[in-house]
Design a protein around this ligand. Sequence first.
Ligand code: AMP
Ligand code: MG
Length: 416
Amino acid sequence: MPDTATDACFENQPAMLNVEQAIAGLLRNANAVGKTECISLMTAAGRILAQDLKSPIDVPGFDNSAMDGYAINTNDIGRASTEGLQITQRIPAGSTGETLQPGSCARIFTGAPIPEGANAVAIQEICRVENNRIFFAQTLCNAENIRPRGNDITTGSTILHDGTLLQAAHLGLAASVGIAEVDVYRKLTVATFSTGDELVEPGKPLAPGQIYNSNRYQLQALLESQGCKVIDLGTVADTFAATRDTLLQGAGQADLVMTTGGVSVGEEDHVKAALESVGELTMWRVKMKPGKPLVFGRIGKTPFIGLPGNPVSVFVTFLLFARPYLQTLQGRQVTEPQSYEVRAGFDYRAKQRREYVRVRLSNDTGDAITAETFSRQGSDVMSSVAWSDGLVEILEGESVEVGDTVRFLPFSEWAR
Ligand code: AMP
Ligand code: MG
């Protein structure tokens, strides 16, 4: 159903929630699924850590050279510029040296342990080598070019917390203390289906009145971007019985059921009634654009989120509502999407609903970063999302003029 038609039905109804109320309502009812499994660190990217990780070692485990050069004792600096220091040993990374005798030095390479008796590394660029002796004229401080033991991590310190989404840096950190396996939360399984008799799968011909099912593809990708495993139940006919049966089927095999479409007030919208027949409906209208019809509830004990049908509304309501809800079920810390203040390159007037306008950023003038809107902002215009870098949030009733400061929510920050 187009926004203009639903505006008339919904705008003044008392049960309409604002965005914050809707998010709070969703999260109030959310509990972490909590099941865990132990997996290899190698396969842990994108998973959610289910334990605090403590380091069993110091990192680095020994004082080591930050540069290629010569390990010396700063007491010998005077000698280095006159008679020179004899090179008595060679310490590449992976080996250990002998105690350094006064007046001598050790050829040393980045990452190699500093030998006993040395307290600085003269980088090779400042040294002249002649007859197996080094000469340099600069002074060096105690510990110069040395990375001390425990500089990065000390034994027993917590390096990562329960609920962390494991990304490249976290995996590198865990590996650096020797951890090979981690406890993570089991992947959340989400059963999805699309509603709509008009829908046809890409790759097939369209009959008159039909459209391609685009939500199925974007929803699957959105869920996977949040680390979920999708059970795709396909497209369901616009009947009460088919909708109810598929809700039950999804609830029987997933942690959460999510659908698109069929949540408005039209005669062809069956999700709300079907949900009420097999479970409970918690709320269904949010004062925002795009979006608005949004169903939340339970099928037995299994939570349910019914997103709107219009593809742009699916994208925006997923990011605003489904994302924090999924994070909670996954045991993750719920992260507010990052936002930045940018300059509006457009005029806009929001009516009674909060609006999320698709924009692209530019820095053509060289001073402020400016947000430009996509020319068509309809909730069916998926080109607007594909074109954009993110959303500008315009509060209820607010007017924006060119040059105003507005809140920009980058898409890149949400997929974490
Ligand atoms: P509904 O909420 O079911 O009335 O759908 C609202 C609008 O979104 C209608 O124009 C539908 O044709 C469209 N729509 C619903 N589901 C999909 C889908 N899976 N892919 C593309 N468009 C859809
Ligand atoms: Mg429909």
